[in-house]
Design a protein around this ligand. Sequence first.
Ligand SMILES: [Zn+2]
Length: 364
Amino acid sequence: MIRSELVGSIPRPDELIVAQRSYRYGMISRNQLNTLRKKAIHTTVQELEATGSSVLTDGEQTKPSFLTYPIYALVDECYTFSANCFALTFSDGHQRSLPRLAKAPFRYAIYAHTYIDEAKKHTNLPIKQAVIAPSALSMVYPEATIEGYSREKFLADLMSEAETDIRECFASGAHSVQLDFTEARFSLKIDPTGQLLREFVRINNRVLSRFEPQLRHRLGVHVCPGADKDCYHSFDIDYLLVLPALFELQVGNFFLQLSSETNRHQILSRIRDLMQPWHKIFIGVIDPLKAKIETPEEVCERVLEAAIYIPVEQLGTTDDCGFSPFDDDQSTSRQIAFDKIRARIQGTKLAEEKLNMMRMKKKE
Ligand SMILES: [Zn+2]
């Protein structure tokens, strides 16, 4: 069976986006906001089930963003914003910045298992959880050392928090846990030598190596050139340069953007060279940045294309990215997101049938 799983986020209902804003301006209470959040998780989970998906997420309906959720509640107390903050710059010029840590020690205010705990109240299907890669959060440490809190001490605290974040997800019953590693490709923009990318992989592996092999099989990583407000942040960076470092990560599952690339055969061939027998490769067959909904036939064609390079037992499908990685991104409608997911599920099934038939014919 060819598995098919979403990356994580689904655009929020309009009423929740309005409520988030109203809460920020003190116009509604926390209770009022929470009621709408629960309602959004409920309908999102139901609608995801209706697409035929066999693995769900909470649609990230309550994450402030995929990037900042663990520290979001501490920003006023422990962080500052300045011109030299780490920022993802997108193709239209807009930025998403990480704050700088000003007050030690580094800690998480919230762990991702809280999202699963709520989501599982609304479904009996397996739930996948995305967490932020520790490499991204490593960028909150300022260039000038914090007095009495060295970078090494900071990294030790970050590792321990990231490990807890993942372990608690499994303890809450996560089917799998995926590291969001969007800064992998972006890092080559800041440092074309690849040193920063290698440092990112080292940081992530310091956390991943703490997990038992059977859990590492249920760990995954997602990479992409970004997808926010219909823009990329690093589409102009050659994908082929990212892949060797990526496949050094000690995870079993790879959720790889692919549908928007033009040199897919070259990329798939490189993946074939780098992958190990215990890896599962989920290739992106849906482009969340395009308004046009892919047809199941188009999806099927992409799966057959990938099957030339990747053994069917190790092949899966996904979307190129989440549909709304930041809480205020309304560039894609919920309807389009669900329609695209339905096309992915149907197209993957279609490909599975075709590949099975091709196998039977071979045997005859
Ligand atoms: Zn992504």
